[in-house]
Design a protein around this ligand. Structure first.
Ligand code: ATP
Ligand code: ATP
Ligand code: MG
Ligand code: MG
Ligand code: MG
Ligand code: MG
Length: 282
């Protein structure tokens, strides 16, 4: 086939390598998880029931099942691709950091983006029933994906700080918003109006004085997102390894483990120092 007279069309395919010696940051995000979907024209249309999150009954402000499903899909992607060393998830998005030296698919951008995005998506669908046993998928969800190459560790640290600040700002807003609606009896329009122009300290105050909610005691998963870290177990010196081989020492030269964390875990075991404290947007 390759040598047929038609083969020349292959020359229209241009190479799309990601810049060498840069960190690839791959991020995917649920498509229209909140906004309306054109393909839902067949379903009854109203503000409340044509969003992925509403159609599937996501709890507000945070549906823990959906977050755990995202973590599960992300873990599967990391298991398949050993060059991913760190991942961070919040809401309907996940970010994956690839080793600077990775030669995955010869660093072809579209190959990496499409393959990882579709693997994540198919895992999300495959594992859906485990997290939503009583809520079958109503239509096939999709995710968008992109890669941004970053030259320095500083950029990577700031990247994750940026996403985590986003998690914090959105969660503080959403938590206060839904407290006003669900416990304060406000309409969504009234709740938006109540929060207009408020600073972070005002939201903490509303939560505490009106609803007895201490924001800092909410689940860290909601406030800070989820982190998956690939940890390389240090190589055991041969003598020690022989001594331990009678016991339960792991086989093989190096085992990698991943830890899912919604706590204050920092990815320092990989390439990063502690993420900066999220700065609150005023
Ligand atoms: P786009 O296609 O541009 O990404 P979108 O509608 O998905 O559009 P996002 O900015 O990605 O817009 O917002 C995702 C929406 O899904 C937010 O409103 C967020 O609150 C909601 N969402 C995502 N995950 C959860 C969850 N686990 N629980 C509750 N709501 C969630
Ligand atoms: P890459 O990831 O680069 O695409 P690949 O292994 O998928 O690698 P392809 O060139 O896409 O390589 O080849 C697809 C393979 O799957 C071929 O060997 C093809 O014969 C086989 N295949 C695909 N669809 C079918 C099918 N319907 N029935 C039988 N074999 C199939
Ligand atoms: Mg988006
Ligand atoms: Mg989205
Ligand atoms: Mg999003
Ligand atoms: Mg193929």
């Amino acid at each position: 086939m390759a040598n047929s007279k038609y083969g020349y069309v292959k020359n229209f395919e241009l190479p799309d390598p990601v810049l060498p010696d840069t960190f690839m940051l791959f991020r995917l995000d649920g498509h229209s998880f909140h906004r309306f979907l054109n393909s839902l024209a067949a379903l009854p249309r109203s503000d409340a029931n044509t969003r992925f999150t509403d159609v599937h009954g996501f709890e507000k402000p945070n549906d823990v099942r959906a977050l755990e499903l995202m973590d599960h899909a992300a873990r599967s992607v990391m298991e398949e691709y050993p060059d991913i060393v760190l991942a961070f998830g919040e809401s309907d998005e996940y970010s994956f950091l690839l080793k600077r030296s990775t030669s995955l698919y010869n660093r072809r951008e579209s190959k990496i983006v499409t393959t990882l995005t579709s693997l994540f998506t198919s895992c999300y669908v495959l594992y859906w029933p485990k997290y939503f046993p009583d809520k079958p998928l109503q239509y096939p969800p999709s995710f968008d994906g992109r890669i941004v190459p970053y030259p320095a560790e500083r950029h990577i640290r700031d990247y994750f700080a940026w996403r985590q600040a986003d998690t914090h700002i959105n969660n503080l807003y959403n938590t206060t918003f839904w407290a006003l609606v669900q416990q304060g009896g406000q309409t969504t329009t009234e709740a938006h109006a109540t929060l207009r122009g408020t600073f972070s300290k005002d939201k903490h105050e509303i939560l505490y004085s009106r609803f007895k909610i201490n924001y800092n005691q909410l689940d860290a998963r909601y406030r800070k997102g989820s982190i998956l870290v690939r940890e390389e177990e240090p190589e055991v010196p041969e003598a020690q390894s022989e001594a331990r081989s009678e016991g339960q020492a792991p086989e093989g030269p190096m085992t990698e483990t991943m830890t899912a964390s919604s706590t204050d875990a920092t990815p320092s075991s990989v390439v990063l120092t502690e993420p900066a404290q999220p700065k609150e947007k005023k």
